[in-house]
Design a protein around this ligand. Structure first.
Ligand SMILES: C[S@@+](CC[C@H](N)C(=O)[O-])C[C@H]1O[C@@H](n2cnc3c(N)ncnc32)[C@H](O)[C@@H]1O
Length: 114
């Protein structure tokens, strides 16, 4: 995945690391203007502790009003209990992608999107 991204997007900064520690990979400058974090981490099988770390790490670097997008190839209610984090959920869409089961994308944000 990392090799593919580096080949396809040679100008992009590709960081290979644990999403639970996202904030440790970013400079102060990088942290200052992040509007979206997109995750394809399999939340259905991730531990509750890892999910909690990933969500907290994402929102610690997201700008005000930023969103955390989770792409999952299973029913989205199994992502995480977003209301416990004071988040709102918005359905983005689905796609067949390259998987045998459709992928559903949801956006989570601290601000309600109408
Ligand atoms: C379903 S695969 C998705 C792969 C790829 N992103 C895609 O969309 O085709 C899930 C990936 O999440 C990675 N992953 C799981 N936990 C992670 C974590 N805490 N930090 C970073 N990556 C993680 C796994 O190594 C795996 O490559």
């Amino acid at each position: 995945m990392v090799g593919l991204l580096k080949r396809k997007f040679p100008k992009a900064t590709i960081i290979h690391g644990d999403a639970c520690k996202l904030e440790t990979f970013l400079s102060e400058e990088q942290k200052s203007n992040i509007s979206s974090v997109v995750s394809t981490i399999p939340f259905r099988i991730a531990s509750a502790s890892d999910k909690d770390k990933i969500i907290r790490a994402a929102f610690s670097v997201l700008e005000d009003g930023g969103n955390f997008v989770q792409v999952s190839n299973y029913y989205p209610s199994r992502n995480f209990s977003y209301k416990e984090y004071g988040l709102y959920s918005q359905y983005i869409g689905w796609d067949w992608g390259s998987w045998w089961f459709p992928s559903f994308s949801f956006s989570y944000s601290k601000k309600k999107v109408d």
